[in-house]
Design a protein around this ligand. Structure first.
Ligand SMILES: [Zn+2]
Ligand SMILES: [Zn+2]
Length: 101
């Protein structure tokens, strides 16, 4: 059994699945964690989502994985991440909150 990141669709190797630094659960509705749907994301994607969007934005506009995949602010990141097989990636400071309004 392998896990695929719900956002970038990269496959996480079996031996890394149990590593919380590699695979993380994202709550699609952050303000209601108990009842929120969750998706499995690789760590870079999870970091990126929370770097680019506020919880308010996630709740109002990006509470489905489809909306996140289509988000304009994630396209450059997704193009890049899909071309790499690295799982241990620090999201660069320069990309964090760059577009914060
Ligand atoms: Zn990912
Ligand atoms: Zn999250």
């Amino acid at each position: 059994m392998s896990t695929t990141c719900a956002l970038c669709c990269r496959v996480v190797p079996n031996e890394r699945i149990d590593d919380p630094q590699v695979v993380q659960e994202h709550h699609l509705r952050p303000e209601r964690r108990a009842e929120s749907d969750t998706v499995m994301l690789c760590r870079p994607c999870h970091d990126q989502i929370h770097a680019v969007f506020t919880n308010d934005e996630l709740r109002e506009n990006y509470d489905t994985i489809e909306a996140l995949r289509d988000a304009e602010r994630l396209q450059a990141y997704l193009d890049w991440i899909r071309g790499t097989n690295k799982l241990d990636i620090e999201v660069e400071t320069s990309t964090r909150l760059r577009d914060r309004r």
